[in-house]
Ligand binder design. Structure first.
Ligand SMILES: O=C(O)CCC(=O)C(=O)O
Length: 288
């Protein structure tokens, strides 16, 4: 893939979302997927030693194992934490800096590209309320000074994402709305900020099923949610964001890194170690 066509850019700007199948090769995700498996292995080996687990299930498939392990645990929270949130790992760096992704971003905002500090890895277990994300704008989770920053947000499934396993749903054209007030305690688990139904702007609701190696692109004001996972397997995904480094990120206390720059090539971050140093030097609390 070498960026978006001008028709795709126009559709993205008009609708505030774009579905892309086969946006990159499967091996782009392999490094991170191996890291996730290694993290699960390490945590579980220790838990086995402590008598918290009885079976490591080494042969269970990637899209089932974490859920089966969680069922054995009285408190699965610490296990889920090792694979969720902001993993500043080599595999994540490889994805964030992959030319196929950066070409897509460049088609929309040009060649000055910051890998935004807000990103997540998510394992959405079957029938798990706490991972069902209510209607929101990503801007609702950022400082309001980023309202005019045109962000290009990638939602990337690690398994084929379907309505049944909890894919994303977007409201077409909703990115033209201003920042809408987000209330705490929303979603079936009461653990997310979100927008009340009566504040949702009009627009077609589009269920964004997309296969592994595909992408759902949204903008930071596009209203979206993820629907419940009623399947028998885990919907693994990443959400990554990019913006122009000269514009506010809405996350002043955590830096991103320059992923591509025509103007200042000397400022490009070339390794995961450099990325980790940039974040450490800013004194950002770990996990933010
Ligand atoms: O992956 C999900 O379930 C929700 C993702 C989301 O809402 C986001 O990327 O902002």
């Amino acid at each position: 893939m070498t960026g978006l066509s001008s028709e795709q850019v126009t559709r993205f700007r008009e609708d505030g979302y774009l579905l892309l199948e086969d946006a990159f090769d499967a091996d782009v995700l392999d490094g991170l997927q191996t890291e996730l498996t290694e993290r699960i292995d390490r945590w579980c080996e220790q838990a086995l030693g402590e008598g918290l687990l009885s079976d490591l299930l080494p042969d269970a498939p990637f899209d089932k194992r974490l859920a089966l392990l969680s069922e054995q645990l009285e408190n699965p929270g610490p296990l889920l934490a090792v694979v969720g949130g902001k993993l500043r790992t080599a595999g994540m760096f490889q994805i964030l800096t992959h030319p196929d992704l950066l070409d897509i971003v460049e088609s929309v905002i040009g060649p000055e590209i910051l890998a935004h500090p807000q990103f997540n890895s998510r394992a959405k277990l079957p029938h798990q309320d706490a991972s069902v994300v209510p209607w929101h704008q990503d801007l609702g989770y950022l400082e309001a000074d980023a309202e005019e920053t045109f962000m290009v947000n990638f939602w990337i499934p690690l398994v084929d994402a379907t309505e049944e396993n909890g894919c994303m749903e977007v409201i077409s054209g909703s990115h033209r709305a201003p920042l809408i007030a987000h209330a705490p305690g929303m979603g079936p688990g009461g653990n997310f900020k979100g927008v009340d139904d009566d504040q949702l702007p009009p627009g077609d609701r589009v269920m964004c099923a997309v296969r592994r190696c595909g992408v759902v692109l949204i903008q930071h004001k596009t209203i979206h949610r993820s629907v419940p996972n009623v399947s028998d397997h885990i919907r693994w995904s990443l959400d990554l964001r990019y913006s122009d480094p000269r514009q506010p990120t809405g996350r002043d206390n955590v830096p991103g890194f320059i992923a591509r720059s025509a103007e200042h090539p000397d400022e490009i971050c070339h390794s995961v170690g450099q990325w980790q140093s940039i974040v450490a030097a800013a004194g950002a609390p770990s996990g933010t």
